[in-house]
Design a protein around this ligand. Structure first.
Ligand SMILES: NC(=O)c1ccc[n+]([C@@H]2O[C@H](COP(=O)([O-])OP(=O)(O)OC[C@H]3O[C@@H](n4cnc5c(N)ncnc54)[C@H](OP(=O)(O)O)[C@@H]3O)[C@@H](O)[C@H]2O)c1
Length: 286
């Protein structure tokens, strides 16, 4: 019989990318509170420092490391810093990702006006998208997952243990309107999670993904909520398809994250994407 340890995370090094953001800052704090030593990676040192300060004030161990996860050399440098300051890595959470307004269409379907030389200034259809912005979104969400998986995964494979957790989305399963680049990328994350899980099984490394439903962050709050705290029509549409009738709270991801990482509890689980979505995927909205 396996003896479950309440201190599974104690002293283990976790690398969290996107750790200054809404979801991964909460996850990093939760893992640190359970004794993990947390390396916080992101491009903005100020936001990483704030998360680290909260963790250390509570008696935990956190190391902020400025790093663009789409830059191989920057991730290699971050790995060296983490190895030097915290020791060998056990877990990698690929949380860095997201969307950007210029890669989102303003219309949910084709309109002839997007082809017109007199196209209204505010209209951005598929045929008006700047492909460099489109590529940026695909890159951060796909290569931004692949690169740390290669750099830190190499270390895990050499040690023959550990786990990688990727961040998928509702878009991974069926694309939402307007966000083609993000949807394409997040579908790729699920596919890559399966691919890497198969590839790394002989190395003793499990690879899974978590797919959050709708959790407000600084970016999507502008799309889903009105300035007075109400819902936009898109926000209302999300609510109509969410049986629990609310957005998720970052803390509600932490239990699933801990379960997926914990070899004592999820030892035979790999290649999976676990949805934490208040029932969104189960609902047809009809
Ligand atoms: N919120 C949701 O409803 C939701 C739903 C499904 C999936 N997700 C996914 O869950 C993850 C976390 O989302 P979130 O809501 O916490 O978003 P967030 O608050 O925007 O956090 C994302 C973080 O990623 C970092 N980042 C972006 N590009 C980066 C790069 N090139 N290198 C390093 N770090 C980078 C950002 O920090 P810097 O800009 O400072 O680098 C930011 O702190 C993302 O992958 C997102 O796509 C979120």
């Amino acid at each position: 019989m396996t003896t479950l340890s309440s201190s599974f995370f104690t002293g283990k090094v976790v690398v969290v990318t996107g750790a200054g953001g809404t979801l991964c800052s909460a996850i990093a704090k939760d893992l640190a509170a359970r004794g993990a030593k947390v390396a916080l990676l992101g491009r903005t040192l100020g936001s990483l420092d704030r998360v680290a300060a909260t963790i250390t004030a509570a008696g935990g161990v956190a190391l902020p490391v400025e790093c663009d996860v789409t830059d191989v050399e920057a991730v290699e440098r971050a790995r060296a810093v983490v190895a030097d300051k915290l020791g060998p890595v056990w877990f990698l959470l690929n949380g860095a990702g997201g969307n950007q307004p210029d890669a989102i269409t303003t219309s949910i379907e084709f309109t002839p006006a997007e082809l017109s030389p007199d196209k209204p200034a505010g209209l951005r259809g598929f045929f008006n998208l700047d492909l460099r912005k489109f590529e940026d979104v695909v890159k951060i969400n796909t290569l931004g997952t692949v690169i740390p998986s290669q750099v830190f995964g190499r270390e895990l494979a050499a040690l023959g243990r550990g786990s990688i957790l990727n961040f998928a989305s509702m878009n991974s399963h069926r694309p939402l309107t307007r966000v083609a680049a993000y949807a394409l990328a997040k579908a790729g994350v699920v596919n890559f999670t399966q691919w890497l899980a198969v590839y790394l099984a002989p190395a003793g490394i499990r690879v899974n993904a978590i797919a959050p439903g709708f959790f407000l962050n600084e970016r999507n709050v502008k799309i889903l909520c009105t300035p007075d705290g109400g819902l936009t029509s898109r926000g209302q549409n999300v609510m109509n398809h969410t049986p629990m009738k609310r957005f998720g709270a970052a803390a509600e991801l932490c239990g699933t994250v801990r379960w997926l990482l914990n070899d004592e509890e999820a030892r035979f689980v790999t290649g999976q994407t676990i949805n934490v979505d208040g029932g969104f995927l189960a609902s047809t909205g009809v």
